[in-house]
Design a protein. Sequence first.
Length: 256
Amino acid sequence: MIAIVLAGGYAKRLWPLTLDKPKVLLPVAGKPVIDYVIEKILRVSPPVGKIIISTNLRFQSQFEEWLETKGYNNVVLIPDNSTNEYEKIGAVKALSNIVSSIRENFLVLAGDNLFLDELNGLIQFFNEKHSPAVALYQARNLDEAKKGAIVVLNEEGRIMSYIEKPENPKTALVGACIYAFPARIVTRLEEYVKLGLSSDEPGKFIEWLHKREKVYGYMLKNHLCDIGTLESYRVAADEFFSNIKTEVVSSDEAQR
């Protein structure tokens, strides 16, 4: 299995913070957001063979500088050809380009999501279902759910409805941009791109895919922070830092 971290956006809603800096390199609790994502992937067992970071030409040098400080031996950068917001090809098309020559199962994660759960549970669930699996979390309220993708499951955990950024959500169950895909989904990505459908939001691909394939939802135990705006960045930084401290304290107490 390989992992692909989506980090090619220009984060216009976070300007001016991201005018000259990629969103995933913004600091939270003293280190870049993407570090937390990479650390989760590195703790997967058995280990992920390769981690690919999908970025863009504009910020490629900053990612190269970041990568040089880390000493990772299985992380590579693959930039698309865009240098600004108007040239970007979109996360789904970038993903399709990356996996076009890959014939193994793959994880896909947004580089700007902060979460406490480990990934092993999702991967085990995916292996049991032999089908695409999407991580889910419970939004705090319907206003928060509007910013994500609301999900309805059947009794087997299969996704029966998946609506990206609904105007009137009927549930607060939200799909995160944390996916596990079997290798065969490469052809579905290619099909989706050829149809000329929305390439900017990965959730749009899941919205399309679940009507053609069995796609299952895996419930995360903890809340997820999706950094999309200046306010959500502030909240994520405060809340995630507090959660990290709580987790460390709980771990220390358990050891005693």
